[in-house]
Design a protein around this ligand. Structure first.
Ligand code: ADP
Ligand code: MG
Length: 511
């Protein structure tokens, strides 16, 4: 008796639909798995056999052959336990076959027959949806992450027994219409997203840095905050997370898939906020870039579409800093594991804090020079910060009232973001910082003396073509914040001062 059940395997963070083909025939009783199973999948034979027994089914004394198709890809993890169990039960004619072609199964089995949570349920269900499958049975503990999906039904099963009853048309699973589970999860989510981080209103003085933070968040421009200890670099960088523009549905789905595959989802539904990742200076190369034997995403991928904050950036391992160069340029990262190489998304806003007066480092020139020229070149914005004076620290009403609160900044960033979305409709660009060299002419039109202004600036500061483009892209965001269609002289001037903060350290070191 032959059966075929849909399940999935993982390649990095990407799910691939796998057909579990099972054949039971007379022969010496045994279960054999072919089709490039990884070690966990090979082990699943015993686990599944005992789970089936403890669910109350008796298998015939037969030789069972399981083929995982397509045979060309290696299958790792425990998510194939459930579809393998279903396949064996079908091949033994112990459950009904009529619903199976429309269903997809993923989940780990315990020896008692309980269905345990697995990583990557969201990308698995999305892949199943793309393959035209109508309904997915997932571990009940993973159901919440699928709460915001449309066009596919997702049900949660807690045990093999529950799953089999459902297949036989005798019971219901969690999440089936009518039990209100999904609605409940969705409503819960709104509250979670409303929790706000620390407010920009707490940052006294530093108007220039706060303005630069707004520009950075609006166009996802890389920003370096350079200043002595206690000037508020960390304070400002951390508050970036509160003013990042909202996620579109597609962005949110992509991001949540990454977190699902990494096993880092808590709560339910799609992620509603851009990530803010702040790894410590002792982080390892694979933890930053991605890797390991089962090829997990690194910090740069976990920060995709959000902020990667490197506090005290010159203190990071130089190999790590250099490894960031390519992904910062390309928006994706190449990760190589033992047997395979993957491309993971890595579109981040890099925020860096650095203290140029670091004692015992042979002077600030050497210290900041740990960051190579090409890496400096990845920054659009460099801001020199001075410690705020005692006066402005004490002055509770410093600055223009209401000018730089998280709420007003978030709104301004959101409006600039909407202008960008409109400008880039039909392309895969999302933010001004992502405009390619070939698109600069189309998207970054200057008016008046803009062209001449830029040429003078490039000559005086010996700016590279890349630097020139970066100024234009930052100016594009500044014009978007002002609601201007063309880039005006004042937008260029502001963008140039930001770039000067980079060019100065890069070319001359600390004066
Ligand atoms: N501009 C500022 N406004 C209010 N408090 C500040 C400011 N700058 C520094 N502080 C105070 O100093 C502490 C250290 O600031 P921090 O952002 O960590 O400085 P840095 O990262 O530049 O060394 C903060 O927790 C805050 O109490
Ligand atoms: Mg700090």
């Amino acid at each position: 008796m032959f059966s075929s059940v849909s399940g999935c395997a993982f390649a990095g963070i990407y799910a691939q639909i796998v057909r579990v083909e099972t054949d039971a025939a007379f022969g010496i009783p045994a279960i054999e798995v072919v089709g490039v199973p990884g070690s966990e999948v090979r082990e699943s034979r015993e686990r599944v056999r005992i789970a089936i027994k403890n669910t109350g089914y008796t298998l015939r004394q037969q030789k069972i052959l399981i083929n995982l198709s397509p045979a060309g890809v290696r299958k790792d993890g425990t998510a194939l336990d459930l579809p393998i169990a279903i396949g064996i039960l079908l091949a033994n004619e112990l459950i009904r076959p009529d619903r199976i072609p429309y269903l997809f199964f993923t989940g780990e089995l315990s020896l008692s027959g309980d269905i345990l949570p697995v990583r990557g349920v969201l990308p698995a269900v999305c892949a199943a949806r793309e393959a035209g499958i109508a309904a997915c049975v997932v571990p009940v503990a993973n159901l919440a992450e699928c709460a915001d999906l449309t066009d596919v039904q997702v049900f949660g099963a807690s045990s093999l027994r529950e799953c089999c009853d459902f297949i036989n048309g005798r019971g219901t699973l969690t999440g089936m219409s009518g039990n209100g589970y999904l609605r409940e999860k969705r409503d819960g989510l709104k509250d979670a997203a409303a929790v706000s981080p620390d407010d920009f209103a707490d940052v006294r003085g530093q108007t220039e840095a706060k303005r630069a933070a707004l520009v950075a968040a609006s166009g996802m421009h890389n920003i370096a905050l350079i200043g002595p200890p206690g000037s508020g670099k960390t304070m400002i960088a951390r508050r970036l997370s509160g003013i990042l523009p909202s996620l579109t549905y597609e962005e949110s789905l992509e991001l949540t898939k990454i977190y699902s595959a990494a096993g880092l989802l808590s709560g339910g539904g799609l992620l509603k906020q851009r990530p803010f990742r702040s790894p410590g200076t002792r982080i390892t190369l694979p933890a930053m870039i991605g890797g390991g034997s089962d090829v997990r995403p690194g910090e740069i991928t976990l920060a995709d579409q959000g902020v990667l904050f490197l506090d005290e950036m010159p203190e990071f391992d130089l190999r790590i800093l250099e490894a960031l160069r390519a992904p910062l340029q390309d928006g994706f990262v190449r990760v190589t594991g033992l047997r395979s190489a993957y491309t993971f998304p890595a579109r981040v806003l890099l925020a860096a804090g650095m203290n140029p007066d670091k004692a015992g480092t042979g002077g600030s020139r050497e210290y900041l020079a740990r960051i190579s020229g090409p890496l400096w070149d990845r920054f659009d914005i460099g801001i020199r910060m001075k410690p705020v004076g005692y006066e402005s620290l004490r002055d509770t009403g410093s600055g223009v009232p209401g000018a730089y609160t998280t709420e007003t900044m978030r709104q301004a960033a959101e409006e600039a973001r909407q202008r960008q979305l409109y400008r880039f409709r039909g392309s895969d660009l999302m933010f001004n910082s992502q405009i390619g060299p070939g698109q600069i002419r189309d998207f970054c039109r200057t008016d008046g003396n803009g062209e001449r202004l830029l040429e003078n600036f490039s000559r005086e500061h010996a700016v590279s073509v890349r630097g020139y483009h970066r100024v234009l892209k930052t100016a594009r965001t500044i014009a978007d914040l002002a609601g201007s269609e063309d880039i005006r002289e004042e937008d260029l001037l502001e963008a140039m001062t930001y770039r000067c903060g980079i060019e100065d350290v890069e070319s001359k070191g600390e004066a």
